[in-house]
Design a protein around this ligand. Structure first.
Ligand SMILES: Nc1ncnc2c1ncn2[C@@H]1O[C@H](COP(=O)(O)OP(=O)(O)OP(=O)(O)O)[C@@H](O)[C@H]1O
Ligand SMILES: [Mn+2]
Length: 435
């Protein structure tokens, strides 16, 4: 090699390095130029009215030895400045909406085949095949089929009942604890399961083509009438209080001071019926698990490069599954996915009861897997883009209206979903800028 060409190569390398460093400095400055207002309550002053993300209380990461709060502010700022493509309706959602409605619309079923058919659907983590119209038949079956036996579930920590239907089919029943308009304050994981969250989550997951949530339908049933079919263990936990039949069940958190009771007018107890996903399910600790202690930070809250730690431990497929789950959890605001469960190595969206607790708050750190890793499945991203500009609310509401327990959500929760969708768009746009 001649001396001249050697110096040329060194020169090119130096120039590349200087450009690389400048871009990084620019990006860090850009992130730091976004500042939260009023104690973490962010209002977005975008240029035009239609470009505004309606203010909500935003809970940002606690003071931590990481840049999380800076990144979260940048996400909110980007969400306030998104291009019209993210704010207008994409007409392509219309046929998808019609197909989804055709799938979940309750339909007649044949009791001698309905469970067998549904149990043949799951493939890895896909509980339902795409465009499977018979889902509506299964929904109708779990919402109306006579309940032959009732007992308390030993699984998980909260009160759940197990119903047995004809042909020995078992399903889980998560009872109603809260009224639709009740707002849960406190930490991101506060409160008990919301039965409506389980139903809405199933619909939302179907919309995002994440067909890995159990099939869920709303139902009301009479505790009193089913007493003769209730097992002894459960019956011991069923006092009558002020003429109402109540139940507190037998589980880790079950106790006499916290029970659900039938409605004094109808005499019925409301809840969500979850169809049992057949096959072996594995439970694993989530890499983004919280410490459930305000004094102690989890590893992911301390390290901006946490994704590289996770990347060494899980496959890319699992990481992408976890990111799908994170943006799904962010939309519903479930901050309690302490474990993730898999079927044939792929993630299931099980336990979605901690969503829709507070429509006025957005816990930004639920998005940590997305903004720390800056990767997302193409299919998920395309699907999210389909539901821009209010199509998410329109489609989800239409699906929710097909459920027996309609309305499932207040308007405030739909508004919150739209706002959070913009934050998800904002995160991905920011990632695109970054890389
Ligand atoms: N539809 C379903 N099909 C199959 N298994 C299920 C289904 N729903 C729940 N399970 C199993 O039961 C367990 C408990 O359910 P779930 O997590 O909803 O209860 P939980 O009381 O909220 O538990 P935790 O307190 O651990 O969060 C789950 O971990 C899962 O293994
Ligand atoms: Mn739970």
């Amino acid at each position: 090699m001649t001396k001249v060409s050697f110096y040329n190569i060194v020169l090119v390398l130096c120039v590349t390095l200087v450009i690389y460093i400048s871009l990084n400095v620019y990006f860090i400055n850009y992130l730091q130029s976004t500042t939260p207002l009023d104690d973490g309550v962010i209002s977005h002053n975008a240029k035009s009215g239609s470009n505004r993300v309606k203010p909500a209380k935003v809970v940002q990461t606690r003071d931590a030895p990481s840049n999380a709060h800076i990144v979260q502010s940048a996400i909110m700022r980007t969400a306030g400045l998104l291009r019209p493509a993210f704010r207008n309706r994409n007409p392509k959602y219309v046929p998808i909406k019609h197909e989804l409605l055709a799938c979940v619309e309750p339909k007649p079923y044949n009791i001698s085949t309905v469970w067998k058919t549904a149990n043949s659907w799951p493939k890895a983590n896909e509980v339902v095949p795409a465009n499977e119209r018979m889902v509506g038949a299964l929904i109708n079956a779990i919402a109306t089929e006579p309940i032959l036996r009732v007992r308390s579930s030993q699984r998980g920590t909260q009160l759940k009942l197990v119903f047995e239907f004809a042909q020995s089919q078992l399903v889980l029943f998560k009872p109603q604890w809260y009224k639709r308009e009740e707002v849960i304050n406190g930490t991101v994981y506060s409160g008990k399961d919301r039965h409506n969250s389980e139903i809405v989550s199933f619909h939302l997951a179907m919309m995002l083509n994440l067909r890995s949530s159990p099939i869920v339908a709303g139902r009301r049933f009479s505790l009193r009438e089913h007493l003769p079919h209730t097992d002894e263990g459960l019956r011991k936990t069923m006092p009558i209080i002020n003429d109402r039949q109540c139940v507190y069940g037998a589980c880790y958190y079950c106790n006499r001071d916290e029970m659900v009771c039938d409605d004094p007018e109808s005499g019925l107890l409301e809840g969500a019926v979850l169809y049992t996903i057949p096959g072996k399910i594995n439970k694993l600790r989530s890499p983004w698990q919280r410490t459930y202690d305000s004094e102690i930070l989890a590893p992911w809250e301390k390290n901006d490069n946490y994704c590289s730690v996770v990347r060494k431990k899980v496959s890319l497929e699992t990481l992408l599954d976890l990111i799908d789950a994170a943006l799904f959890d962010f939309l519903i605001q479930n901050g309690d996915r302490h474990h993730y469960e898999t079927r044939d190595g792929r993630l299931l969206l099980l336990d979605n009861g901690k969503g829709f607790g507070n429509p006025y708050v957005d816990h930004m750190d639920i998005l940590a897997p997305l903004y720390q890793c800056c990767v997302i499945r193409r299919a998920t991203w395309d699907r999210l883009l389909l539901f821009s500009g209010g199509a998410l609310t329109e489609t989800l509401r239409a699906m929710n209206e097909l459920d027996l327990l309609k309305p499932l959500l207040t308007k405030e929760h739909y508004d919150a979903l739209e706002r959070r969708l913009l934050y998800v768009y904002g995160t991905v746009e920011l990632c695109k800028e970054k890389y």
